[in-house]
Ligand binder design. Structure first.
Ligand SMILES: [Zn+2]
Ligand SMILES: [Zn+2]
Length: 412
C-alpha cells in the first residue's frame, strides 16, 4: 500500500512536470498579447526652443502614424499660462520666412487660437498639454506622454537627460564632475518616480553633442539604463570624427566596460528626433523613433516594455520580427520584403577574451532574415540592420535607413 502511494506520487509528479513542459512559458503567453507601438520620446516646441506650436507638432506625428509622442522641452513642462509675441514666434523660423501663425490659424481656426494685444505687438498663448490632449488622444490609438529634457551642464559639457512620464518639473541638479552631474539628475528622476509611485523613464541624450560624454563616463553611471544611439539633430556628431567614437562605438565601448568592469547590465539604445525645426531648412521630425512591444498603449506599459529591452531603435527600417531565443542562444531579425530594397544585418558585440576589440562584427548577413547563434564567449550581441534605401531626410551625409536591436545574451 505504502509502495503504491509512492508510485502514485511519482506518476503525479511526472504528469505535472509534463504538463508544465507543454504549457507555453509565461513569456510566450505575454508575447501573444503584445503589440508594436511607434513613438518619439524627444520633441521640442515653442515652450522652449522649438519653432512650432505643440498642437501643430502633435498633429504631424499623429498623421504620420505614430502611436505615442513625448513633448520634451528644456527644463519646462507645458503647463500654466504662457504668452509669446507673434513676432518672436515668426523669428524662430530657420528659413527667415514667415507664416507660422498663418499655418497655425489655418489648421486650428480663430476659435481655438488665443491672441491678445494691438496689431504689431500681438501675443499668442501657448496651449498646455492638458488642453491639447483631448484633441488627439484616443485609447489604444494615440497617446501623449508628458516629458522634459532636463538640461544641465558640467563645465562646458552639456548633460541632457529626457525624463518621460514625469508629473513635476525637475530642475537641473548639477554636480562636481560629469559623472556626478548625470547621476544627480537620474537620482532626481528616481526620487520623483518613487515619491509619486509612477514609472518614469530616463534616457541620456546625444553623448557626442559638444563631445560631452565619453564611453567611460557613460559606462560608469550604471544607474543609467538608456541612451540615444541615434538622434536626428544634425549637430550631435553621430558619426564621431577621426579621433572620437561614433554613437554606436560609444555604445559598444560602454557596454563592454559595464559588463566586464562594473558588473552591470548593458545600456539600451533609443533613437529620437530631437526635433526643433519644423519649417524650411533642416527639419528633423520623422528621423528617429522607437518601436516598443507592449501590452497596451499606456505610459506604464510602454516603459515596462522598454525596461525589459522589448523594443528597438529605428531611423527608417521597420522589423517584422525581432527575437532572442535564450535556449538556442540565437538572435533573429526579419525585415518585410519591399521592391528594390536590400538589407544588410551586422551582428555586433564583444568577446570575453578580447575586450580590447569592443564592437567586433561577428557576422554580416544580406537578406530579409538574419540570425546569429552565440558561440559562448560573447559578452553580448546586438544587431544593426542597414537598408539600401538612402534616407529621404538625412541628418548626415550618405545616411541609410537603419534599425538597432538591444543587446542580448548578457543575462546570466
Ligand atoms: Zn539636448
Ligand atoms: Zn533636445
Amino acid at each position: 500500500m505504502k509502495r503504491n502511494r509512492y508510485l502514485v506520487v511519482l506518476v503525479l509528479a511526472a504528469a505535472i512536470v509534463a504538463t508544465i513542459a507543454l504549457l507555453p512559458s509565461k513569456e510566450a503567453e505575454q508575447e501573444d498579447g503584445r503589440k508594436w507601438f511607434k513613438g518619439n520620446t524627444h520633441t521640442h516646441s515653442l515652450w522652449s526652443d522649438g519653432n512650432d506650436f505643440p498642437e501643430m507638432i502633435v498633429g504631424w506625428y499623429q498623421d504620420q502614424g505614430y502611436d505615442f509622442l513625448a513633448l520634451s522641452d528644456h527644463n519646462v513642462l507645458s503647463r500654466g499660462e504662457r504668452w509669446m509675441s507673434v513676432a518672436q514666434v515668426e523669428k524662430r523660423r530657420k528659413d527667415k520666412g514667415t507664416g507660422t501663425m498663418a499655418k497655425y490659424l489655418e489648421e486650428f481656426g480663430e476659435d481655438w487660437v488665443e491672441r491678445r494685444g494691438e496689431v504689431g505687438k500681438e501675443e499668442v498663448r501657448l496651449k498646455t498639454l492638458e488642453e491639447i490632449r483631448p484633441k488627439f488622444e484616443a485609447p489604444g490609438e494615440f497617446l501623449l506622454i508628458e516629458a522634459e529634457e532636463i538640461t544641465d551642464r558640467y563645465r562646458n559639457s552639456p548633460v541632457h537627460i529626457n525624463a518621460i512620464n514625469l508629473d513635476e518639473v525637475i530642475a537641473p541638479q548639477h554636480g562636481d564632475s560629469l559623472v556626478e552631474t548625470i547621476r544627480n539628475n537620474l537620482q532626481a528622476v528616481n526620487e520623483q518616480a518613487e515619491r509619486l509611485g509612477r514609472p518614469i523613464l530616463a534616457h541620456l541624450n546625444h553623448p557626442n553633442f559638444h563631445w560631452a560624454i565619453s564611453p567611460q563616463e557613460l559606462a560608469e553611471v550604471v544607474e543609467d539604463q538608456f541612451f540615444e544611439v541615434y538622434n536626428g539633430h544634425p549637430g550631435i556628431n553621430h558619426l564621431g570624427d577621426g579621433d572620437r567614437p561614433s554613437d554606436e562605438e560609444i555604445w559598444d565601448l560602454a557596454n563592454t566596460l559595464r559588463i566586464m568592469v562594473h558588473d552591470a547590465p548593458p545600456l539600451f539604445g533609443v533613437a529620437t528626433d530631437d526635433s526643433h525645426n519644423y519649417h524650411g531648412g533642416d527639419v528633423s521630425p520623422g528621423r528617429g523613433w522607437v518601436m516598443v512591444r507592449a501590452e497596451e498603449l499606456e505610459a506604464g506599459s510602454l516603459i515596462e516594455a522598454m525596461e525589459r529591452g522589448d523594443f528597438y531603435a529605428s531611423s527608417g527600417v521597420v522589423l517584422e520580427e525581432v527575437s532572442y531565443d535564450r535556449r538556442k542562444r540565437t538572435h533573429l531579425v526579419r525585415m518585410p520584403a519591399a521592391e528594390g530594397v536590400e538589407y544588410e544585418t551586422r551582428f555586433v558585440g564583444t568577446r570575453r577574451g578580447t575586450p580590447d576589440k569592443p564592437g567586433e562584427i561577428f557576422a554580416t548577413v544580406i537578406g530579409l532574415e538574419a540570425s546569429y547563434r552565440l558561440e559562448g564567449d560573447e559578452l553580448y550581441v546586438r544587431a544593426v540592420v542597414t537598408s539600401s534605401v538612402v534616407h529621404p531626410n538625412p541628418s548626415y551625409k550618405d545616411q541609410r535607413e537603419q534599425a538597432w536591436t538591444q543587446p542580448v545574451g548578457w543575462r546570466k
